[in-house]
Design a protein. Structure first.
Lengths: 155, 121
């Protein structure tokens, strides 16, 4: 297995370039289906194969709380430019994750917080982790897709 | 890292020279090729892709952009007449819309390609 260099303090983009050259992309079968508005169709989160390789390898990606801190800055009304980008580069990287742990990380990074924090509250699920085979095989009526009751949570 | 060269200028023996900040500032900071939002073929600096709806895809960065004032370009590899527009430029993602044909209707495209230039956080 390829050994990850000591990356703490290395710019995240440089780490991603290293991963691109040295790691085999991993196509995940997992998909995250979520609804963040009753007026819109279900959205589907597709993991990036190069990112997934980084997550499985370990020592490359920053902890997810770093993205939450940056999101707080972005939410400020006077936000113009990131001044705490160093958090991405100088925080101790995450150790190797399993694919399932990586999906949980990705949900907390790229799904709206209002969805993943309360996905099972209310009358129906707002978010489901499934396998891509469980999604409709064609994109017919894509703009009316909703989470169906028979879409089971992946094991 | 294996090594580092620190230089402000690159000089070719006959073709002239170029400041290295042209390289740093002028290189794509993220790019992606995907199939109608359903699978990602290849990429750099993206963690995921959100399939928002027909012809509407949202690539999410791994290394955020520094600000919302960056440039992007994209097109569809399988459509003879296509336009890709970045509707919402965000430091964490960008919403892209693919429009095809003479009417400019939003539509799913295979081999959607997209790249971004700007400053990283």
């Amino acid at each position: 297995m390829t050994q990850t260099p000591e990356f703490k303090g290395t710019h995240l983009f440089d780490r991603l370039c290293w991963a691109k050259e040295n790691l085999e992309p991993h196509q995940s079968d997992y998909r995250v289906v979520y609804e963040d508005s009753v007026d819109e169709c279900a959205k589907i989160l597709v993991p990036d194969p190069n990112w997934m390789a980084c997550a499985l390898q370990g020592g490359i990606l920053p902890p997810v709380w770093v993205y939450h801190e940056l999101a707080k800055d972005e939410a400020q009304p006077d936000f113009k430019k990131h001044t705490r980008g160093y958090l991405l580069h100088e925080t101790e990287p995450m150790p190797a994750m399993t694919e399932e742990e990586a999906i949980e990380y990705l949900i907390q990074k790229d799904c709206p917080e209002a969805v993943w924090k309360t996905y099972n509250e209310g009358n129906r699920l707002k978010m489901v982790i499934c396998k891509k085979e469980q999604l409709p095989q064609t994109r017919e009526w894509r703009n009316s897709w909703k989470i169906s009751e028979d879409l089971q949570v992946a094991a | 890292m294996a090594g580092k060269i620190i230089a402000d200028t690159l000089e070719h023996s006959t073709a002239g020279s170029i400041a290295t900040n042209y390289v740093v500032n002028g290189s794509a900071k993220a790019w992606i090729q995907h199939n109608a939002g359903t699978s990602i073929t290849n990429s750099l600096n993206y963690a995921s892709l959100t399939d928002v709806g027909t012809g509407n895809y949202r690539p999410n960065y791994t290394n955020n952009m520094a600000n919302n004032d960056y440039a992007a370009a994209g097109f569809a590899g399988n459509a003879s007449t296509s336009v890709c527009s970045g509707n919402e430029m965000n430091v964490a993602y960008v919403d892209t819309f693919y429009r095809v044909g003479s009417t400019g209707s939003v539509a799913d495209v295979s081999e959607a390609q997209f790249m971004v230039l700007g400053d990283l956080a």
